[in-house]
Design a protein around this ligand. Structure first.
Ligand code: IVH
Length: 683
């Protein structure tokens, strides 16, 4: 039914197209969406509805007419010989019964369905020639994608060589496991970098990095779910394809089922509705496919999707609750972040009471007031977010949020830099800033001072024993022992850990200083490149950007940091207190064989080491010139096996006893420590 004039409809369609194009770019190109999937779906649905009602206004360039995702700049384009289609969606059991009816109208006779979890990542296509991976590509717009072969190669679960010399093309979903996502965002927060909204954006962002080392560090994985080109091998059903791909060494998701009627399919879908939240990766639905390839051929395709498959989308689990407070926290970089605190609700398997509100603008856009009834959900199954407020429940007692003009911790005026959304406290002596920077300095990936947790740092600050990170090196046992619940043994351990941290290589100190935008990886690059903190301190922006991985923003931030008299004094103090400011690992072109005794050796570390954590052990191997890898193969020279070493140790023993690698060495922890000692490393 036509409810508006043709010109009003045309105007609205234009508006929608513009909005959708904007959000597409935020989502697909920038990996930084501003609205939820459901909000996006609403815009798209309104557009499709208007175009159906006013078909004369439908144009071929409408976003409703294509599969989304413009290829990003910077990658070669790949034309998909077999297009990468998307699926139509189902939202409830009736949609599934309707799908079954449409299938049965064409296939007169028994129909069998395969159900597979719908992994929430991004579609990739992998091409093998003679059994070797030759190309990895994104979907792009379905016809043309980006060539991301070097990034795909870094994904450990993607086989680089198949067990047979086949020429085939498989499709699957690249994703970031939940634990890797949580860790990545923690690291980004520590480096003052923007966070990823959900694991899917993080996976897409990682695969669109031009430097494959970045993708390699992100812990990505893949599940394959279809065979686009079987290379002449003849198979009868989709379930056979899955089994075959599994046998060839591809990761195929084991959580699947085969059923002969749609009611069993629906029951299977329902059985996964809650269970899926316990998986270590995010899922957003169940894909249901007709099993017989013959039947698939008969059913064929519509313009955009196959008629033999459908994606059942689980409703994003949402809950209503009441917003009690908006609290403000001051981070290490001074950014003041508002967090919503609400009555506890159950969401996707856990109890949730808080969600970041990110910044003042977002609170205003969503018109969220303290006392409001709000709708909350978990983005990508993991990060709680406030979707919207429900103004219809207001009583008039709700209080709109205003950002204070002064830092909630130190009372100094907050500033908002021109192109930023965050308000920042720029007072270098703000206690919140100091507390956060101390916590960061001692953390595992920075100076790794074990035993000095958040509570001790807070107490040390309260007692006035520390005002900056240099003061940590001025602590004495007497001072520590004045603190409540501090025992003799603990105090000794803490002092020992502080002492040991003086020997850290420069990259840990650089990361620990918390220079804005300098994450763990950049710190390592800088340490390797410049070797010594004084060389780094005398660098100009140009010197820094000459290093491949350092961009202009980071360079600017480094120069600004070291030009401040406070930072210069801090470095001088740290040096005077005996903290090492040099890079201790191998530097390109500057290493003599003498300090590189492990050069040419590949190590695998497995099991639990009693005296040092595995990360530190790997660093020592690398400093002595060795390489550390994650799995045992004929390329491995030494396996360091700690307590409870399992399959890797077994594999090493098998390689030795079968004669495949008779000279492989297995060291226990004592042998490893001995080897370090022989090369001058006391631990
Ligand atoms: S089959 C012809 N199976 O969901 C399309 N897709 O719109 C074949 N996805 O683009 C897709 N898990 O990125 C298929 N087990 C699965 C999947 C899956 C996730 C994604 C894929 C696809 C989108 C569907």
């Amino acid at each position: 039914m036509r409810m508006m004039s043709l010109s009003d409809a045309a105007k609205r369609i234009e508006e929608l197209k513009e909005q959708i194009a904007y959000h597409n770019r935020r989502y697909y190109v920038l990996d930084d969406p501003e609205i939820t999937d459901a909000e996006y779906d609403l815009l798209m649905r309104e557009l499709i509805h208007l175009e159906q009602t006013y078909p004369e206004l439908l144009t071929p360039d409408s976003p409703s007419q294509r599969v989304n995702g413009a290829p990003a700049e910077g990658f070669a384009k790949v034309v998909h010989e077999i297009p990468m289609l998307s699926l139509s969606n189902a939202y409830g059991p009736d949609d599934m019964r309707e799908f079954d009816r449409r299938v049965r109208d064409v296939i007169q006779g028994p129909v069998r369905y395969v159900c597979e979890l719908k992994i929430d990542g991004l579609a990739v296509s992998l091409r093998y020639e003679n059994g070797v991976l030759v190309q990895g590509a994104t979907r792009g717009d379905g016809e043309t994608g980006e060539d991301i072969t070097s990034n795909i190669r870094t994904i450990r679960t993607v086989p680089l060589r198949l067990k047979e010399p086949l020429s085939i093309e498989v499709r699957g979903e690249a994703y970031m496991p939940k634990p890797a996502f949580v860790r990545l965002n923690e690291q980004r927060e520590a480096a003052g970098e923007p966070l990823f909204a959900n694991p899917r954006n993080a996976a897409a962002g990682s695969l669109r990095q031009l430097d494959p080392k970045v993708a390699a560090s992100r812990g990505l994985s893949v599940f394959v779910y279809s065979l686009a080109d079987a290379g002449g091998v003849s198979l009868d059903s989709h379930s056979q394809c899955l089994e075959w791909m599994d046998a060839l060494g591809f990761p195929v998701n084991p959580n699947r089922g085969v059923f002969d009627n749609i009611e069993d399919v629906i029951a299977f879908i329902e059985s996964w509705a809650d269970k899926r939240h316990d998986l270590p990766y995010a899922t957003d639905g169940m894909v249901v496919k007709v099993d017989s390839l013959e039947a698939q051929r008969k059913l064929g395709f519509t313009a955009k999707s196959p008629r033999w498959a459908i994606a059942y989308k689980y409703a994003a689990e949402q809950a209503e609750t009441v917003l009690r407070h908006i609290i403000l926290s001051v981070g290490r970089t001074g950014a003041v972040t508002p967090t919503a605190v609400f009555d506890p609700v159950q969401l996707a398997g856990t109890t949730v009471t808080r969600a970041s509100l990110h910044n003042e603008d977002l609170i205003r856009q969503k018109d969220i007031r303290v006392g409001d009834t709000i709708v909350v959900q978990k983005a990508g199954d993991i990060i709680p977010e406030v979707v919207r407020s429900l103004p219809e429940h207001r009583t008039g007692a709700e209080v709109p949020f205003t950002m204070p003009e002064h830092c909630p911790q130190c009372g100094q005026p907050l500033v908002r830099l021109p192109e930023e959304v965050a308000w920042r406290c720029v007072n270098p002596s703000c206690p919140a800033l100091i507390r956060e920077s101390l916590i960061h300095f001692v953390s595992r990936d920075a100076m790794n001072i074990e035993g000095l947790g958040e509570q001790w740092i807070t107490l040390l600050l309260e007692k006035g024993f520390v005002r900056n990170v240099a003061d940590l090196y001025r602590l004495t046992k007497e001072k520590l022992m004045t603190m409540e619940r501090m025992g003799d043994k603990l105090a000794s351990n803490i002092l020992q850990a502080i002492e040991a941290s003086k020997q850290n290589s420069l990259e840990r100190l650089l990361f620990g200083l918390g220079i804005r935008l300098v994450g763990e990886k950049a710190a390592k690059t800088l340490a390797k490149e410049f070797g010594d903190i004084h060389r780094l301190m005398s660098c100009t922006v140009e010197d820094l950007t000459a290093v491949r991985e350092i961009g202009p923003k980071m360079a600017e931030s480094i120069v600004t940091y070291f030009s401040s008299p406070g930072a210069q004094q801090l470095i001088a103090d740290l040096e005077a207190l005996g903290v090492n400011t040099k890079y201790l690992g191998p530097r390109p072109g500057s290493d003599s064989a003498e300090n590189q005794p492990f050069a040419g050796l590949t190590f695998v570390l497995t099991g639990t080491l009693a005296n040092m954590d595995r990360k530190v052990a790997s660093e020592w191997v690398e400093r002595l010139g060795g390489k550390v890898t994650g799995s045992v193969s004929k390329q491995t020279d030494v396996v360091v096996a700690g307590e409870k070493a399992g399959s890797k140790l077994n594999k090493a023993q098998a390689l030795i006893s079968s004669g495949q690698k008779p000279d492989l060495q297995i060291w226990d922890e004592a042998a490893f420590l001995d080897a370090l000692k022989r090369h001058g490393v006391e631990y």
